[in-house]
Ligand binder design. Structure first.
Ligand SMILES: [Zn+2]
Length: 248
């Protein structure tokens, strides 16, 4: 292929732009904020799971308190009624009176047992409430941190996208001023190598693959007309000659 030497040299500007685009794209795809967000998301899921468990424990304990309370109310009412009947001397039959006193004693024991149970369940309510509050606060911290990280991430992405847009505009105007077949060759090589399709030949070295050009190729390159498009034998990139190429 033949191409104007000045156009060949401008390929180095294309290399610089494409290198910058590749670096910006790499940065955009590997933002540390995204790694932290993934970790925060996992922590949020775990915190939510623990929170649901604590809330379940709390509502179970509250239900137990209500259950014991609903047993206590009629037992206390009956005790009060029995006690009044006994105090008023309403029951005179000795057998009935003994039955009444036995019931009072039995009710007293049952009430004491239920009150013990109620205390245990109230303690459980207190513990589960503290757990739930602690876990909810911890989850809120994770949420707050995630909001900060998302804001920082979005700011980074916006900045990178702005620079990418500038670079793509610069590339478009540069390419518009270059021969289409030269840019086509550059793009095909770049697509195959996953990067720039040209490199500077500097001090007898290809700056694309960084390998030194062998003596035979150097002689061939030195003899080639400036319009001839030469390629690196190692990496296949278009080699751009400059006064620093080491060919003379
Ligand atoms: Zn090379």
């Amino acid at each position: 292929m033949q191409a104007d030497p000045a156009a060949q040299r401008r390929l180095l500007e294309l290399v610089a732009i494409d290198t910058q685009v590749a670096q910006l794209t790499h940065r955009r795809n590997n933002l540390p904020e995204n790694a932290e967000l993934a970790e925060l998301r996992a922590r949020h899921t775990e915190a939510s799971r623990a929170l649901v468990a604590a809330e379940t424990r709390l509502s179970d304990a509250q239900r137990e308190v209500q259950r014991v309370e609903s047993d206590l109310v009629p037992a206390r009412q009956r005790l009060v009624r029995d006690q009044e009947r006994a105090d008023q001397g309403a029951v005179t039959d000795p057998r009935a009176l003994r039955g009444l006193l036995e019931e009072i004693e039995h009710l007293g024991g049952r009430i004491a047992t239920l009150e013990d149970q109620e205390l245990d369940h109230l303690q459980e309510v207190e513990d589960a409430t503290a757990d739930r509050d602690h876990l909810a606060a911890a989850r809120d911290l994770v949420t707050a941190r995630a909001r900060e990280v998302i804001a920082a991430r979005d700011q980074q992405v916006a900045e990178i996208d702005g620079r990418l847009a500038v670079a793509r505009d610069a590339r478009a105007s540069l390419v518009a001023g270059l021969p289409a077949d030269l840019v086509g060759l550059y793009d095909r090589i770049g697509a195959r190598l996953g990067g720039a399709g040209a490199a500077e030949l500097r001090a007898k070295r290809c700056l694309g693959c960084l390998l030194e050009i062998n003596a035979a190729d150097l002689r061939r390159f030195a003899a080639a007309a400036p319009e001839e498009v030469i390629r690196c034998e190692e990496c296949d990139r278009i080699l751009v000659r400059t006064p620093e190429s080491g060919l003379s």
